[in-house]
Design a binder for this molecule. Sequence first.
Ligand code: NAD
Length: 499
Amino acid sequence: MTEITMVDHWIDGAPAAGASDRTGPVYNPALGVEQKRVRLASTDDVDTAVQSAARAFPGWRDTSIAKRQQVMFAFRELLNSRSDELAAILTSEHGKVLSDAAGEIARGLEVVELACAMPGYTKGEYSENVSTGVDVYTLKQPVGVVGIISPFNFPAMVPMWFFPLAVAAGNAVVLKPSEKDPSAAVWMAGILKEAGLPDGVFNVVHGDKEAVDALLEHPVVRSISFVGSTPIAQYIYSTASANGKRVQALGGAKNHMLVLPDADLDLAADAAVNAGFGSAGERCMAVSVVLAVDSVADELVAKVRERMSRLTTGDGTRGCDMGPLITREHRDKVAGYLDVAVDDGATLVVDGRDPDVDGAADGFWLGPTLIDHVPTSSVVYRDEIFGPVLSVVRVDGYEQGLDIINASRYGNGTAIFTNDGGAARRFQREVTVGMVGINVPIPVPVAYHSFGGWKDSLFGDAKAYGPKGFDFFLQEKAVTSRWLDPSHGGLNLGFPQHE
Ligand code: NAD
């Protein structure tokens, strides 16, 4: 019998087994087999990682900005030149096709490049002579040991939304990646070490709720950055806040694409298919609902259906368009919505169950699926399905489409397809969603803007990356300074006033 590979934690600059004997499975979703096991940290294991970060923090905080910046540049070069290795890891554990894995890494690299520009974002401010002979200035200092908890669907990019900025700003990190595809985090830890990052500044602990709770409750951990589903994001936000930590908590999504009658229907159909089925719909910015205005809905659905017939599903290493879902249980859950849709009165236009695949029979497959006439009362409309299932909801015009989007509990991303600039401008102003695309189906902002939704897609007000992403990992200190001369003598017990 061949021994199964164990995915270790990464603590103090080296792989670590930890003390817990609990482990979990890591599948190759395209083969449908368990390929590795991952360690599941105990509270003590998390403490070991946090203590390592706490020891490393003062030295890293006091490392010059120039030196920290050099480490980020070296990390950027290594990541760029070896991205094929990372893409292969993503495809083998997540299942997404290699070209999509490369796209994920490229979007993460953007944030690393932002981190290289750290000095421009972390400078303080200076006001000279606010009172006679008195100057006031602000310092932006790292917060200390920071915790990051990430989801399965972007095992490289989502951690990179946070740790490059945290590290560049002088913090020490404990990352708890998804236990479903844990190897990317450890690979990046090794690359950071090669780039010259001192041991202990970046640690990885694998695990489940026990590890997460240990981070949320650890008194040395000063902040939590979380991305995942809405119920867990809400739990993280309330628990970490109750423990006195700063929190950024990004949750789930149900993203609508509103297609007005004047839109270019070919471009809209391309966009709906790309954004609905890329990464098998396992993206928080996937389009899962097309709101089609009645007068063009039949034509649009026909165009979407025709494009879907050209998609290939299979092993991500074989040049297919779409890979498998993350686990068998998740695939079965997603497929379960199809019968519910029919029961609720919707029309199953393309049924993805039992698809033709270029891959192993046991892979966690579900082909692209299209459901038309979905009622907004159905759970198929309301739930975040997180799979290759595109719902079409028919609307009578702009107003009804807008009302449906604004009534959704989620507010991550949305898009409008139209050639009417006035309608687009109204939409960007009136829609209650955090990231808006105008003829752009997946409006993920570039790294120097910030990423985050509204409503149940983000708890609190701290968005990811961009200038606000840096601010999250920095605490401001205001210094009021006077260099004394004899004229400043004398007693005065009144509250300080300007002279
Ligand atoms: P998830 O919420 O199940 O897990 C996210 C993280 O939380 C993982 O590290 C997991 O180990 C941990 N976790 C899971 N259950 C927990 C519990 N009961 N207590 C404490 N920790 C727990 O999410 P997922 O399935 O890994 O990822 C998919 C979800 O993430 C989708 O809802 C998707 O929309 C969302 N997502 C959101 C964004 C965004 O930017 N808003 C980005 C990517 C993914």
